[in-house]
Write a protein that binds this ligand. Structure first.
Ligand code: ATP
Length: 271
C-alpha cells in the first residue's frame, strides 16, 4: 500500500480565537505564513524573499500543534501533518520514499502546509551507526533535499515543532532552512483566564465560577492541562447528578486537585 495514503489532507478549522494568549507567536506566524500567501506581489515588488521554514519549540501542551492548524485555517491552506517517529515506524524500509511522497503530495495540493511534529526524533540516531549510512542519515538527507526544494516556492510552507530544541539536527537549523524559531511557552495568569473561557464556551457554569480565580489557582498548568481540568469539572458535575445543568466552582476545585500541572519548569529555553 502507498505510504502516503496514511497522511491525511485537510483544511483545519481552528480559529485564532480558539487559542488563548500567545499574541507574539500569532503575529510571527501571520508574518511568516499568511502575508506571503496574501501579498505575493508585494514581496516581489519590494525585492525580498518571504521568510523560510518555521520551527516552533517549547514544552508540551502549549499550543504548537494548535498554532500550526490555526495558521493553515487562517490562510486557507491544505494541511499535511506527520510526526517525526512515524516516518520510521509506519514505513519501515520506506522512510525516504515516505518523505519524498509527503512533499510530492504537498506540491500536488498546494498551497499547503507540511507540519512536522516531534522533528527532533529524526536526528537522535543520526551518524551513530558506525560504518555505513544509517536509515536516519538517509531520511535526514532526503528531508534536506526536499526542504531546500520547496523553500524556493511560496505555496508549500514547512512548519516543524519540537519539545527538545537541543536535539534538533544542526543541518536543519542552517541559514535558509528552519531559520525562524518561535518559542511557544506556558501561559501566564491572563492567558490562563482566556484559555479557561475558551474551553468553557459550550459549558454552562454557575455564577460562582470565576475565571480569574481559576487562573490564579493554576500557576504551572499548561493549556492542555486547563482543557483537561475543564473536562474533569464537567464530569464531576455529571457524577454528582445527571440532572446537573451547570458546573460549579466546587467542581473546578475538585478537578484542579485531580489534574497535576505539567512539568515544564525543567524545560530548557533555547537561548
Ligand atoms: P505537544 O508538544 O505535546 O504536541 P503542543 O504544544 O503541540 O503539544 P497542542 O497539541 O497544540 O500542544 O495542545 C494540546 C491541547 O491543549 C489543545 O488541543 C488545546 O485543547 C489545549 N491548549 C493548549 N494550549 C492552548 C491555548 N493557548 N489555548 C487554548 N487551548 C490550548
Amino acid at each position: 500500500p502507498s505510504a502516503m495514503r496514511e497522511v491525511t489532507l485537510e483544511v483545519p478549522k481552528v480559529n485564532w480565537e480558539d487559542i488563548g494568549g500567545q499574541k507574539e507567536v500569532k503575529n510571527q506566524l501571520l508574518e511568516a505564513v499568511v502575508w506571503p500567501q496574501k501579498h505575493r506581489d508585494a514581496f516581489t515588488r519590494i525585492g525580498t524573499d518571504p521568510p523560510t521554514a518555521v520551527l516552533m519549540f517549547g514544552p508540551p501542551g502549549c499550543s504548537k500543534t494548535l498554532m500550526a492548524r490555526a495558521v493553515a485555517s487562517e490562510a486557507g491552506l491544505n494541511f499535511l501533518a506527520v510526526k517525526g517517529p512515524e516516518l520510521f515506524s509506519k514505513w519501515v524500509g520506506e522512510s525516504e520514499k515516505a518523505v519524498r511522497s509527503l512533499f510530492d503530495k504537498a506540491r500536488a495540493n498546494a498551497p499547503a502546509i507540511i507540519f512536522f511534529d516531534e522533528i527532533d526524533s529524526l536526528a537522535i540516531t543520526r551518524g551513530k551507526d558506525g560504518d555505513g549510512v544509517s536509515v536516519s542519515d538517509r531520511v535526514m538527507a532526503q528531508l534536506l533535499v526536499q526542504l531546500d526544494g520547496v523553500l524556493k516556492r511560496v505555496d508549500v510552507i514547512v512548519i516543524a515543532a519540537t519539545n527538545r530544541p537541543d536535539k534538533i539536527d544542526p543541518a536543519l537549523l542552517r541559514q535558509g532552512r528552519f531559520d525562524r524559531l518561535l518559542y511557544v511557552g506556558p501561559p501566564n495568569e491572563i492567558d490562563r483566564e482566556e484559555i479557561f473561557s475558551i474551553h468553557l464556551r459550550k459549558t454552562p457554569y454557575d455564577s460562582d465560577v470565576s475565571m480569574k480565580e481559576l487562573a490564579q489557582l493554576t500557576d504551572g498548568y499548561t493549556g492542555a492541562d486547563i482543557a483537561h481540568i475543564c473536562r474533569q469539572a464537567a464530569l464531576a458535575a455529571l457524577e454528582e447528578s445527571f440532572d446537573a445543568s451547570v458546573v460549579t466552582m466546587k467542581h473546578f476545585k475538585m478537578a484542579i486537585k485531580q489534574v497535576q500541572p505539567s512539568e515544564f519548569q525543567s524545560y530548557q529555553k533555547l537561548s
